[in-house]
Write a protein that binds this ligand. Structure first.
Ligand code: PXP
Length: 249
Protein backbone atom coordinates (compact mmCIF):
# COMPACT_ATOMS: atom_id res chain seq x y z
CA UNK A 1 0.00 0.00 0.00
CA UNK A 2 2.92 2.34 0.61
CA UNK A 3 4.63 1.47 -2.67
CA UNK A 4 4.85 4.53 -4.81
CA UNK A 5 3.97 3.88 -8.44
CA UNK A 6 5.88 5.03 -11.51
CA UNK A 7 5.86 8.82 -12.12
CA UNK A 8 4.56 9.21 -8.58
CA UNK A 9 4.29 12.80 -7.36
CA UNK A 10 3.36 13.72 -3.79
CA UNK A 11 0.21 15.79 -3.39
CA UNK A 12 0.29 19.51 -2.72
CA UNK A 13 -1.30 21.00 0.43
CA UNK A 14 -4.42 23.13 0.68
CA UNK A 15 -4.66 24.59 4.17
CA UNK A 16 -8.21 25.04 5.45
CA UNK A 17 -8.25 28.04 7.82
CA UNK A 18 -11.93 27.87 8.86
CA UNK A 19 -11.03 27.33 12.50
CA UNK A 20 -9.07 30.56 12.70
CA UNK A 21 -12.48 32.12 12.07
CA UNK A 22 -14.04 29.76 14.64
CA UNK A 23 -11.80 31.33 17.32
CA UNK A 24 -12.64 34.84 16.12
CA UNK A 25 -16.38 34.13 16.04
CA UNK A 26 -16.26 32.84 19.63
CA UNK A 27 -16.06 36.53 20.62
CA UNK A 28 -17.40 38.13 17.43
CA UNK A 29 -14.21 40.18 17.44
CA UNK A 30 -11.61 40.97 14.78
CA UNK A 31 -8.86 38.62 15.99
CA UNK A 32 -7.19 36.40 15.04
CA UNK A 33 -6.83 37.82 11.53
CA UNK A 34 -7.67 35.43 8.74
CA UNK A 35 -5.54 37.40 6.32
CA UNK A 36 -2.44 37.08 8.49
CA UNK A 37 -3.22 33.38 9.05
CA UNK A 38 -3.43 32.76 5.30
CA UNK A 39 -0.20 34.69 4.63
CA UNK A 40 1.66 32.72 7.32
CA UNK A 41 0.26 29.44 5.96
CA UNK A 42 1.61 30.42 2.55
CA UNK A 43 5.01 31.28 4.07
CA UNK A 44 4.99 27.81 5.65
CA UNK A 45 4.50 26.26 2.21
CA UNK A 46 0.73 26.03 1.68
CA UNK A 47 -0.02 25.55 -2.01
CA UNK A 48 -3.55 26.84 -1.60
CA UNK A 49 -6.01 28.20 0.96
CA UNK A 50 -9.37 26.54 1.53
CA UNK A 51 -12.42 28.18 3.12
CA UNK A 52 -15.83 26.65 3.78
CA UNK A 53 -18.57 29.27 3.59
CA UNK A 54 -21.31 27.43 5.45
CA UNK A 55 -24.96 28.34 5.08
CA UNK A 56 -25.15 28.96 8.85
CA UNK A 57 -22.01 31.20 8.68
CA UNK A 58 -20.72 29.60 11.87
CA UNK A 59 -17.09 30.48 11.10
CA UNK A 60 -16.19 31.98 7.70
CA UNK A 61 -18.19 35.11 6.75
CA UNK A 62 -18.82 36.34 3.20
CA UNK A 63 -16.43 39.30 3.69
CA UNK A 64 -13.61 36.91 4.68
CA UNK A 65 -13.80 35.12 1.35
CA UNK A 66 -13.61 38.35 -0.66
CA UNK A 67 -10.65 39.57 1.42
CA UNK A 68 -8.75 36.27 1.23
CA UNK A 69 -9.31 36.09 -2.52
CA UNK A 70 -7.74 39.58 -2.83
CA UNK A 71 -4.77 38.96 -0.55
CA UNK A 72 -3.49 35.40 -1.04
CA UNK A 73 -0.64 34.59 -3.40
CA UNK A 74 -1.66 30.99 -4.02
CA UNK A 75 -5.03 29.47 -5.00
CA UNK A 76 -8.40 29.77 -3.33
CA UNK A 77 -10.58 26.68 -2.95
CA UNK A 78 -14.06 27.60 -1.74
CA UNK A 79 -16.25 24.89 -0.23
CA UNK A 80 -20.00 25.45 -0.40
CA UNK A 81 -23.30 23.57 -0.39
CA UNK A 82 -24.77 23.07 -3.86
CA UNK A 83 -27.61 25.57 -3.41
CA UNK A 84 -28.57 28.43 -5.72
CA UNK A 85 -27.85 31.02 -2.99
CA UNK A 86 -24.33 29.72 -2.33
CA UNK A 87 -23.50 29.30 -6.01
CA UNK A 88 -24.49 32.91 -6.67
CA UNK A 89 -22.08 34.12 -3.97
CA UNK A 90 -19.29 31.78 -5.09
CA UNK A 91 -19.54 32.86 -8.73
CA UNK A 92 -19.27 36.49 -7.65
CA UNK A 93 -16.11 35.78 -5.61
CA UNK A 94 -14.50 33.85 -8.49
CA UNK A 95 -12.27 31.41 -6.55
CA UNK A 96 -9.93 29.11 -8.46
CA UNK A 97 -11.86 26.04 -7.38
CA UNK A 98 -15.35 25.51 -5.96
CA UNK A 99 -15.79 22.29 -3.98
CA UNK A 100 -19.39 21.20 -3.52
CA UNK A 101 -20.06 19.54 -0.17
CA UNK A 102 -23.19 18.21 1.55
CA UNK A 103 -24.23 20.32 4.53
CA UNK A 104 -26.42 19.63 7.49
CA UNK A 105 -27.17 22.37 10.01
CA UNK A 106 -26.54 20.25 13.10
CA UNK A 107 -23.33 18.51 12.02
CA UNK A 108 -20.05 19.38 13.71
CA UNK A 109 -18.18 18.95 10.43
CA UNK A 110 -18.95 17.61 6.93
CA UNK A 111 -20.12 14.09 7.72
CA UNK A 112 -20.33 12.19 4.45
CA UNK A 113 -19.82 12.64 0.73
CA UNK A 114 -22.30 14.06 -1.79
CA UNK A 115 -24.83 11.71 -3.33
CA UNK A 116 -23.93 12.65 -6.90
CA UNK A 117 -25.84 9.70 -8.36
CA UNK A 118 -29.11 10.78 -6.76
CA UNK A 119 -28.69 14.49 -7.55
CA UNK A 120 -27.11 14.05 -10.96
CA UNK A 121 -29.12 16.52 -13.04
CA UNK A 122 -28.91 19.27 -10.39
CA UNK A 123 -25.15 18.79 -10.00
CA UNK A 124 -24.54 18.65 -13.76
CA UNK A 125 -26.21 22.05 -14.06
CA UNK A 126 -24.23 23.53 -11.17
CA UNK A 127 -20.90 22.10 -12.34
CA UNK A 128 -21.41 23.59 -15.78
CA UNK A 129 -22.35 27.00 -14.26
CA UNK A 130 -19.14 26.92 -12.20
CA UNK A 131 -16.85 25.83 -15.01
CA UNK A 132 -18.43 28.21 -17.57
CA UNK A 133 -17.59 30.97 -15.07
CA UNK A 134 -13.89 30.04 -15.13
CA UNK A 135 -13.45 28.06 -11.87
CA UNK A 136 -12.80 24.34 -11.54
CA UNK A 137 -15.58 22.32 -9.90
CA UNK A 138 -14.79 19.61 -7.37
CA UNK A 139 -17.26 17.11 -5.87
CA UNK A 140 -16.64 15.85 -2.32
CA UNK A 141 -17.56 12.15 -2.39
CA UNK A 142 -17.00 8.86 -0.61
CA UNK A 143 -14.70 6.28 -2.22
CA UNK A 144 -17.54 4.58 -4.08
CA UNK A 145 -17.30 3.50 -7.74
CA UNK A 146 -20.83 4.62 -8.65
CA UNK A 147 -20.28 8.06 -7.15
CA UNK A 148 -17.03 8.44 -9.07
CA UNK A 149 -18.71 7.38 -12.32
CA UNK A 150 -21.56 9.84 -11.67
CA UNK A 151 -19.06 12.59 -10.82
CA UNK A 152 -17.23 12.03 -14.10
CA UNK A 153 -20.52 12.34 -15.96
CA UNK A 154 -21.07 15.85 -14.49
CA UNK A 155 -17.77 16.81 -16.24
CA UNK A 156 -16.40 18.23 -12.96
CA UNK A 157 -12.64 18.62 -13.23
CA UNK A 158 -12.04 17.17 -9.74
CA UNK A 159 -13.40 14.89 -7.10
CA UNK A 160 -12.31 15.19 -3.48
CA UNK A 161 -12.25 11.80 -1.78
CA UNK A 162 -13.62 11.82 1.78
CA UNK A 163 -10.95 10.29 4.02
CA UNK A 164 -13.15 10.29 7.16
CA UNK A 165 -13.86 6.54 7.20
CA UNK A 166 -10.13 5.77 6.92
CA UNK A 167 -9.39 8.20 9.76
CA UNK A 168 -12.16 6.88 12.00
CA UNK A 169 -11.07 3.28 11.52
CA UNK A 170 -7.43 4.11 12.33
CA UNK A 171 -7.08 1.81 15.32
CA UNK A 172 -8.99 -1.15 13.88
CA UNK A 173 -8.49 -3.84 11.23
CA UNK A 174 -10.94 -2.00 8.97
CA UNK A 175 -8.35 0.72 8.33
CA UNK A 176 -6.51 -1.31 5.67
CA UNK A 177 -9.84 -2.00 3.94
CA UNK A 178 -10.66 1.70 3.87
CA UNK A 179 -7.22 2.42 2.42
CA UNK A 180 -7.82 -0.23 -0.25
CA UNK A 181 -11.17 1.34 -1.14
CA UNK A 182 -9.49 4.72 -1.47
CA UNK A 183 -6.82 3.19 -3.71
CA UNK A 184 -9.47 1.56 -5.93
CA UNK A 185 -11.30 4.89 -6.07
CA UNK A 186 -8.12 6.63 -7.23
CA UNK A 187 -7.60 4.08 -10.03
CA UNK A 188 -11.22 4.45 -11.12
CA UNK A 189 -10.93 8.25 -11.19
CA UNK A 190 -7.64 8.08 -13.09
CA UNK A 191 -9.26 5.73 -15.65
CA UNK A 192 -12.11 8.20 -16.11
CA UNK A 193 -9.75 11.17 -16.43
CA UNK A 194 -11.07 13.03 -13.40
CA UNK A 195 -8.51 14.69 -11.14
CA UNK A 196 -8.34 13.70 -7.47
CA UNK A 197 -8.06 15.67 -4.24
CA UNK A 198 -8.64 14.18 -0.79
CA UNK A 199 -9.23 15.24 2.77
CA UNK A 200 -11.12 15.22 6.04
CA UNK A 201 -9.79 14.30 9.44
CA UNK A 202 -6.20 13.91 8.23
CA UNK A 203 -3.49 14.64 10.78
CA UNK A 204 0.30 14.47 11.17
CA UNK A 205 0.19 10.75 11.98
CA UNK A 206 -2.27 9.41 9.42
CA UNK A 207 -1.56 11.54 6.35
CA UNK A 208 1.36 9.65 4.79
CA UNK A 209 -0.53 6.54 3.55
CA UNK A 210 -3.05 8.88 1.92
CA UNK A 211 -0.27 10.97 0.34
CA UNK A 212 1.08 7.74 -1.19
CA UNK A 213 -2.17 6.88 -3.00
CA UNK A 214 -1.93 7.09 -6.79
CA UNK A 215 -2.80 10.32 -8.57
CA UNK A 216 -3.84 12.54 -5.65
CA UNK A 217 -3.20 16.15 -6.61
CA UNK A 218 -3.96 17.97 -3.37
CA UNK A 219 -4.80 17.24 0.26
CA UNK A 220 -7.14 19.65 2.05
CA UNK A 221 -6.28 19.74 5.73
CA UNK A 222 -7.63 22.06 8.40
CA UNK A 223 -8.36 21.14 11.99
CA UNK A 224 -5.06 19.47 12.85
CA UNK A 225 -2.96 22.28 11.32
CA UNK A 226 -4.88 25.04 13.11
CA UNK A 227 -4.70 23.04 16.36
CA UNK A 228 -0.92 22.77 16.07
CA UNK A 229 -0.65 26.40 14.95
CA UNK A 230 -2.27 27.53 18.22
CA UNK A 231 0.67 25.93 20.03
CA UNK A 232 3.67 26.35 17.71
CA UNK A 233 2.63 29.01 15.19
CA UNK A 234 1.08 28.72 11.74
CA UNK A 235 4.23 28.74 9.66
CA UNK A 236 5.78 25.88 11.62
CA UNK A 237 2.53 23.90 11.70
CA UNK A 238 2.27 24.06 7.90
CA UNK A 239 5.97 23.26 7.39
CA UNK A 240 5.58 20.20 9.61
CA UNK A 241 2.53 19.03 7.65
CA UNK A 242 4.53 19.33 4.43
CA UNK A 243 7.15 17.07 6.06
CA UNK A 244 4.46 14.62 7.23
CA UNK A 245 3.13 14.40 3.65
CA UNK A 246 6.64 13.39 2.56
CA UNK A 247 6.85 10.86 5.42
CA UNK A 248 9.70 12.87 6.93
CA UNK A 249 8.19 14.12 10.19
N1 PXP B 1 -12.32 18.67 2.77
C1 PXP B 1 -13.61 19.02 2.93
C2 PXP B 1 -14.52 18.90 1.75
C3 PXP B 1 -14.10 19.50 4.16
O1 PXP B 1 -15.41 19.82 4.29
C4 PXP B 1 -13.20 19.63 5.23
C5 PXP B 1 -13.69 20.19 6.54
O2 PXP B 1 -14.16 21.49 6.36
C6 PXP B 1 -11.85 19.28 5.01
C7 PXP B 1 -11.44 18.78 3.79
C8 PXP B 1 -10.81 19.43 6.08
O3 PXP B 1 -11.10 18.59 7.14
P1 PXP B 1 -10.26 18.70 8.49
O4 PXP B 1 -10.57 20.03 9.10
O5 PXP B 1 -10.77 17.55 9.29
O6 PXP B 1 -8.82 18.60 8.11
Amino acid sequence: MFDKEENFKLPTLGVNIDHVATIRQARHSSEPSLIVAAALAELGGANGITLHLREDRRHIQDRDVYLIKETIQTRLNLEIAATEEMIKIALDIKPDCITLVPEKRKEITTEGGLDVKKNLEHLKRIVSKIQDNGASASLFIDSDEDQIQASASTKAKYIELHTGKYVNSMHSKQCQDELKLLKLACHKALDLGIKINAGHGLNYNNVYPIACLPGIKELNIGHTIISRAVLVGMERAVKEMKLAIKGEL
